[in-house]
Design a protein around this ligand. Structure first.
Ligand SMILES: Nc1ncnc2c1ncn2[C@@H]1O[C@H](COP(=O)(O)OP(=O)(O)OP(=O)(O)O)[C@@H](O)[C@H]1O
Length: 204
């Protein structure tokens, strides 16, 4: 399949627990584009993101990344991807600073501290993540985006638990990523039409 898109989903069929969550689903994401996965509870938003991330497999269909068919081996895509799922990938028994170090061992302590300041986490650097509020823990997870140099962001309800300020910061972060040619696919119930004009709609 030829396409100028960075990520192409072609004719995807995902089934879970005996139910078809989508069938014949196709869309393409070009550099600098964000797409939003829409649908009510249980319609398959998380399942779609997991399939694209390579955590689970579709029944049928193909996934192309940078023109390469990655359906059976998602590693070329995974090397370029940040996937933030419901569980957020934070290490709750580690401190905030230890989590940031774990995300990005190649970054200097000063860079990590600057990200912590941007996200309002600086006072909590020495706190165990499990002692933080849900929104603060979400901010720790989102630090991965602030530190990331990866092109493709797959974000499962990234605005969940964030306050208004956190939501605005995340929108700005996404906008900056798009401006630098990144790709974003996220599920959200938030209205983000200004930065995310493209929707994938999953029906019950
Ligand atoms: N591993 C699994 N085995 C069986 N059924 C599953 C599995 N994973 C998901 N499902 C089912 O697939 C459907 C879609 O689940 P999914 O989590 O993808 O929905 P969602 O749109 O993300 O929901 P929500 O908005 O509530 O987070 C649900 O009915 C769920 O029970």
């Amino acid at each position: 399949m030829q396409s100028s898109a960075s990520l192409t989903i072609s004719d995807l069929w995902i089934e879970r627990g005996g139910n078809d969550l989508c069938k014949g689903l196709s869309f393409s994401i070009h550099p600098g584009e964000a797409w939003r996965v829409l649908g009510g509870n249980g319609t398959g938003k998380t399942s779609l993101l997991k399939v694209i991330a390579g955590i689970s497999m579709p029944l049928e269909g193909e996934i192309f990344y940078l023109g390469q068919n990655v359906t059976s081996d998602r590693s070329p895509l995974q090397q370029e991807m940040v996937y933030l799922g419901h569980l957020m990938g934070v290490k709750s028994a580690l401190t905030v600073e230890e989590n940031l170090r774990w995300y990005c061992p190649e970054r200097s302590l000063e860079e990590l501290h600057n990200v912590a300041k941007d996200l309002g986490l600086f006072p909590f650097l020495a706190s165990l993540v499990k002692t933080l509020s849900a929104g603060q823990q979400r901010r720790v997870a989102l630090a991965r985006l602030w530190l990331s140099k990866k092109t493709l962001w797959l974000l499962d309800e990234p605005f969940a638990s964030l306050d208004v300020e956190g939501g605005v910061m995340l929108e700005v972060c996404i906008q900056q990523h798009l401006t630098s040619g990144g790709l974003v696919l996220l599920s959200t119930h938030q209205s983000l039409s200004s930065i995310i004009p493209h929707d994938v709609v999953l029906q019950p």
